[in-house]
Design a protein around this ligand. Structure first.
Ligand code: ADP
Ligand code: MG
Length: 149
């Protein structure tokens, strides 16, 4: 799917919000500036959250408990080693219901649980973004089917 501008990325996030079950883990893959945080912002708007959505680059996790579903937004860009995931006590966020969105998941491996859905964003030659969604299990597949419907 081609996302021509920032609004298109927000709209894709919003569309994804309408396809979410009560529990899902999404890996957000793509370089710095690819639009991972923007897509998350759109998803949160889609869930009814109207406040500020800031990048969790420094805080590692931003919780959104006042949206329709609990959302945890992670960013592991700054990890120098994956053990920081354990040291920060982040494992517990991956238990129970809620939507977990993870930027730079590779930097926390092998400690992260497998994702249900993988989102890939890439800067395209035109300056927009290319979006690709891949289901990694049945839950992800159901969500993906609802997303394209
Ligand atoms: P990331 O979290 O992947 O590092 P951001 O979401 O912070 O990236 O986005 C970086 C920049 O890309 C922002 O300035 C945003 O407005 C812009 N952007 C997002 N989606 C698009 C798009 N489809 N086309 C052009 N620019 C976009
Ligand atoms: Mg980001």
């Amino acid at each position: 799917m081609h996302l021509i501008d920032e609004n298109a990325t927000l709209a894709a996030g919003q569309q994804l919000a309408s396809a979410l079950p009560a529990r899902l883990t999404i890996f957000l893959c793509g370089d710095l500036g690819a639009g991972k945080t923007t897509l998350t912002r759109g998803l949160l708007r889609g869930l009814g959250y109207t406040g500020k959505v800031k990048s969790p680059t420094y805080t590692l996790v931003e919780p959104y408990k006042d949206s329709r579903i609990v959302v945890y937004h992670f960013d592991f860009y700054r990890f120098t080693n994956a053990e920081e995931f354990l040291e920060a006590g982040l494992e517990e966020y991956f238990e129970g219901n809620g939507i977990r969105l993870v930027e730079w998941p590779d930097r926390a491996q092998p400690y992260l649980q497998a994702a249900d859905l993988e989102v890939r964003l890439q800067v395209s030659a035109s300056g927009g973004r290319d979006l690709e969604l891949r289901a990694l299990n049945r839950e992800g597949q159901t969500c993906l089917e609802r997303f394209v419907a």
